[in-house]
Design a protein around this ligand. Structure first.
Ligand code: 13P
Length: 243
């Protein structure tokens, strides 16, 4: 069984004053039996360096360095203290036109810098409505995961676009179907695909976490809004520990 992972994605939220939430979380979960990762804005990575938890970035450039004003390389994230980076989040795919090819290049850059990539996939509401969810997921998995992926350097996050920040969550059957499908794809392509962690993301809260974590092949969660406050994230971590 892959080791479970509770991951927070703070997105474009968080000032230095908010880092105290991590100290509160650390008091409650100092002996956690699951891995805990917080993907903070780049500006906070150094500030968070001494936290008990793994710290991640939310994006990186495909190149190690160069004339790319405003961008951050995977090597820079690592240098600042990050050990993970999210790649291919649907907000970046939508807001910045990131293709599967770009996501694969960013993930390869993460590996080269020694970071673990949390590679995101997920269908839109239209795609689900038209019955193409599994085809979309297949295309994203095939295109976004570079060669060299292992269970150590890669985590997959299934985040249905329509469930992000909406309070809408797929049924447990729908989550089970996609996660089992992703597992089969990973096993077919990678020798340690059985051990690659697959997270569910999209409106995870303390109230629905236990049910979601009971679904086969759900190895944790990638949590947005409910990761910002220790009081909201803590019950999700506890539910994962009990699952
Ligand atoms: P919410 O938990 O706010 O729906 O966000 C999910 C997400 O996008 C995590 O990356």
């Amino acid at each position: 069984m892959p080791r479970k992972l509770a991951a927070g994605n703070w997105k474009m939220n968080g000032l230095r004053a908010n880092v105290k939430e991590l100290a509160t979380l650390a008091q409650r979960h100092s002996d956690a039996s699951v891995d805990i990762l917080i993907c903070v804005p780049t500006t906070l990575i150094t500030t968070c360096q001494d936290t008990l938890f793994d710290i991640g970035g939310q994006d990186c450039h495909t190149a190690e360095s160069g004339a790319h004003t405003g961008d951050i390389s995977a090597q820079m994230l690592s240098d600042a203290g990050a050990t993970y980076v999210i790649t291919g989040h649907s907000e970046r795919r939508a807001d910045h036109g990131e293709t599967d090819q770009i996501v694969a290049a960013k993930s390869a850059a993460a590996y080269a810098a020694g970071l673990t990539a949390v590679i995101c996939v997920g269908e839109t509401l239209d795609e689900r409505g038209s019955g193409t969810t599994l085809d979309i997921i297949d295309g994203q998995l095939a295109g976004s995961i570079p060669g060299g992926a292992t269970s150590d350097n890669t985590v997959i996050a299934y985040e249905p676009v329509w469930a992000i920040g909406t309070g809408k969550v797929p049924t447990l059957e729908q989550i089970a179907e996609v996660h089992a499908h992703i597992r089969a794809q990973l096993q077919a392509r990678f020798s340690d695909g059985t051990d690659m962690r697959i997270l569910y993301g999209g409106s995870v809260k303390g109230s629905n976490a236990a049910d979601i974590f009971g679904v086969p092949h759900v190895d944790g969660a990638l949590v947005g809004g409910a990761s910002l406050k220790a009081d909201d994230f803590s019950p999700i971590i506890s539910a994962l520990e009990k699952s």
